[in-house]
Design a protein around this ligand. Structure first.
Ligand code: UD1
Length: 333
């Protein structure tokens, strides 16, 4: 069964392509490589031993998208293609509204035209804004977004919920990712940050390998046990398997799931764990809080465990080990 993966060469998309193939699906990747490199496609083929169908196209090119759908006839779509840098979204909001909202609407119009009945959407825990309580469940309030990026995820969810509400025979699953980290255990797939990484793990690995200076820990005066922010870090392969289960078990009514491990770790805990598991030292300094950071968020993941029988297989240590293998292997590509 063919499944169209928009942004399928990206960090989460590429790992999902592998898990789909492992489960008998045939991914069709469309990606403009703004956040990836073509060697990733080759590496998916090495990991799976299967030839990949892929198109180097911008999703906004609807004529091309129609051509691809007419040729490949996918039965479902997993929509990863989006911009995701919080800071950049503040500086260049229109880029985010165009790519994350306008292109989503164009895609929905096309799936409607071709009667595609299965849709999985990459959302984020950022939709909860600053939650009143942790862990957050799918029932928790959606608070105002604190970045245009966060707002595009809230709006994207709403557009899809409204569209699929009227479609009795088409199914929607929204996956709210917590903090995806790690890399494929083969060290052939992983994250490819552009420029200076704004996310924690890529900065740590780049600092450890000598590409960057010391890590700045953004704030140590939060109301958390060690004063640094707490997040729910999930291995990208565990996240990828959630997409496969979402497709396999998709039924009406439409569903929204948190995808996190259900446990929070502070920035300092992550740092110490990275040093311990990889037997190295990372230089760091404390800096001021980063604007837009919330002190603490982690998932209540009961719903996805119950309904999709999903559970995370990898520990934080596994994630940090795999991220480090990937960073070290990158010079080979
Ligand atoms: C953000 C988004 C999330 C998005 C993710 C990937 C929000 C609330 N979250 O996650 O939706 O999916 O980016 O783009 O919008 N940190 C440092 N030093 C660094 C980098 C990070 O101390 O150099 C700290 C941060 O302050 C934070 C933690 O590490 O406390 C995690 O940060 P990061 O990896 O950037 O992820 P989020 O901001 O949680």
């Amino acid at each position: 069964m063919k499944i169209l993966l928009t942004g399928g060469a990206g960090f989460i998309g590429s790992h999902t392509a592998v898990e789909l193939i492992n489960n008998g699906y045939e991914p069709v990747i469309i990606d403009d490589f703004r956040n990836s490199k073509s060697f990733i496609l080759k590496n998916i083929e090495i990991v799976t031993g299967k030839k990949i169908i892929s198109y180097a196209e911008d999703l906004g090119n609807t004529a091309k998208l129609r051509e691809i759908i007419e040729k490949e006839k996918p039965l479902g779509v997993i929509h990863f293609a989006a911009d995701k840098a919080v800071n950049e979204s503040v500086l260049n909001p229109i880029k985010y509204y165009k790519n994350n909202v306008v292109n989503l609407i164009k895609l929905v119009e096309i799936i409607d035209e071709y009667n595609i009945k299965s849709f999985v959407f990459s959302s984020s825990c950022t939709v909860y804004g600053t939650p009143d309580h942790t862990p957050v469940s799918e029932e928790s309030d959606i608070k105002p977004a604190f970045s245009p990026y966060g707002f595009t995820k809230q709006v994207g969810e709403q557009i899809l919920v409204d569209y699929f509400k009227n479609k009795n025979k088409a199914c929607l699953t929204i996956l709210r990712y917590f903090n995806p980290i790690g890399a494929h255990p083969s060290a052939l797939l992983g994250e490819l940050p552009i420029g200076v990484p704004s996310n924690l793990i890529p900065f740590i690995t780049q600092s450890a390998i000598g590409k960057r200076g010391p890590l700045t820990v953004h704030g140590n005066d939060y109301s958390t046990p060690d004063g640094t922010c707490i997040r729910d870090y999930i291995h990208v392969v565990d996240l990828a398997t959630a997409h496969v289960l979402a497709l396999k078990k998709q039924t009406k009514p439409n569903r929204i799931y948190n995808v996190g491990v259900g446990k929070g770790f502070s920035v300092l805990e992550v740092l110490k764990s990275f040093e311990k598991v990889n037997s190295l030292k990372v230089n760091f300094q404390f800096g001021p809080r980063r604007s837009g950071d919330i002190p603490e968020i982690y998932a209540n993941n009961n719903l996805i465990k119950k309904e999709l029988a999903w559970s995370p297989k990898y520990s934080l240590e596994n994630c940090l080990e795999h991220s480090w293998f990937w960073e070290q292997n990158l010079e080979n590509f």
